[in-house]
Design a binder for this molecule. Structure first.
Ligand SMILES: C[S@@+](CC[C@H](N)C(=O)[O-])C[C@H]1O[C@@H](n2cnc3c(N)ncnc32)[C@H](O)[C@@H]1O
Length: 350
């Protein structure tokens, strides 16, 4: 046995273990609002942080120690003060920043809750349904995807299709399928008041959140329906259909793609956004691939299999995506030039 290789593996394994444990403490810090309380404050003493947050002193002491040891906060030894650097605050405290990462620390513990169910399903078949992941999963998805969507959807993503943007300006009918908490649908409705947008989602909690957000913002040209993608009326004639991180989650992705093809108006456009991945396992053997496969095992795949679905999995690459779209009857399939580390953007049409 190569002991050096074993020690290197142990080091890597313990780094992952540390990340997994620290993520739990991050989740607590996120939940109690610690990061916004520290942002922009410079270096604070423990007493000042207790006063600012009203949190239990002993818990705070341990949480701050965890965050300093994991280099999330800076500890100033001489003055015994704690600082959240501006760059970290942009990722942890500012929910409007496209760099905001706080949603991950809400989502990851929700994924862990699925472990017993996924293990059972490994032996007996089936899976863990979306509804069993709870509100933390719904909110975690919205907080992870929402800020980027609100800032980049109009400016970068749809901008890659100038003819579609022109049509949106004139006024067209748009459907966002698997809309989750509604960020994409709301963003399109806000940007293009002459267009009307409908968000569809199977999950009642997500639709409720989306409706509440539309009501709170007073956006009138958007509506949300709790409806499975397969149940969207075939003769809807939408000029633009979008799906953001949805197709790989579906029980029946092939059937839904064929259905969306039917629900599109002649000459209409379908924008399919899916996780960045290569077509072969060998293409995905890196950190981002590990994250995609892990998310897939503990969420995307299992909730598809829970519905008796095909369990496509999140790491499907452009080759497979094109094959599925062509099988569904789409003649046009093109990967758009959008610079994004997480998502691939496909323009699909009849
Ligand atoms: C990963 S989330 C993405 C949500 C949102 N598009 C976003 O980008 O944040 C996938 C969404 O697809 C929805 N979904 C799954 N199966 C569906 C189906 N058959 N019909 C409609 N929505 C579905 C889930 O409820 C969930 O909200």
């Amino acid at each position: 046995m190569d002991k050096q290789a074993m020690r290197a593996f142990m080091g890597r394994f313990m780094e992952m273990t540390t990340g997994a444990a620290v993520m739990g403490v991050m989740a607590v810090a996120d939940r109690v609002g610690l990061f916004p309380a520290l942002a922009g404050q410079g270096a604070l003493s423990l007493d000042e942080i207790v006063a600012r947050t009203g949190l239990d002193r002993r818990y705070l002491e341990e949480i701050l120690a965890t965050l300093c040891a994991s280099e999330i906060l800076i500890y100033q030894e001489a003055s015994e003060r704690f600082e959240l650097p501006e760059e970290h605050a942009a990722c942890l405290a500012d929910e409007t920043s496209p760099y905001f990462l706080g949603g991950w620390s809400q989502m990851v513990p929700a994924l862990y809750r699925a472990v017993p169910g996924v293990a059972r399903a490994c032996r007996e078949g089936g899976g863990v349904p979306f509804s069993e992941f709870g509100l933390d999963m719904v909110e975690g998805i919205a907080r992870s995807n929402g800020p980027g969507t609100r800032i980049l959807l109009a400016r970068r993503w749809l901008a890659a299709m100038p003819d579609v943007v022109e049509a949106l300006e004139r006024g067209i009918r748009v459907a966002d399928v698997g809309c989750g908490s509604g960020d994409a649908a709301l963003t399109m409705a806000r940007h293009w008041p002459n267009s009307s947008v409908v968000g569809f989602d199977l999950d009642a909690q997500s639709v409720e959140r989306a409706r509440a957000a539309a009501g709170a913002e007073g956006v009138r040209n958007v509506s949300f329906e709790q409806c499975s993608a397969e149940a969207i009326p075939r003769d809807s004639g939408f000029d633009l259909i979008t799906t953001f991180d949805v197709i790989h989650d579906l029980a029946k992705p092939r059937e839904v793609l064929a259905h969306l093809r039917g629900a599109l108006a002649p000459g209409g456009t379908y924008l399919m956004v899916e996780p960045v991945a290569g077509d072969r396992l060998a293409d995905n053997l890196h950190t981002a691939g590990a994250l995609t496969y892990a998310m897939s095992t503990l969420h995307c795949l299992t909730q598809s299999l829970a519905q008796g679905g095909e369990g496509l999995g999140a790491a499907w690459g452009p080759g497979k995506a094109e094959a599925y779209c062509r099988e569904a009857g789409f003649g046009r399939f093109e990967r758009l030039e959008v610079d994004n580390p997480f998502n691939a953007f496909y323009r699909v049409g009849a």
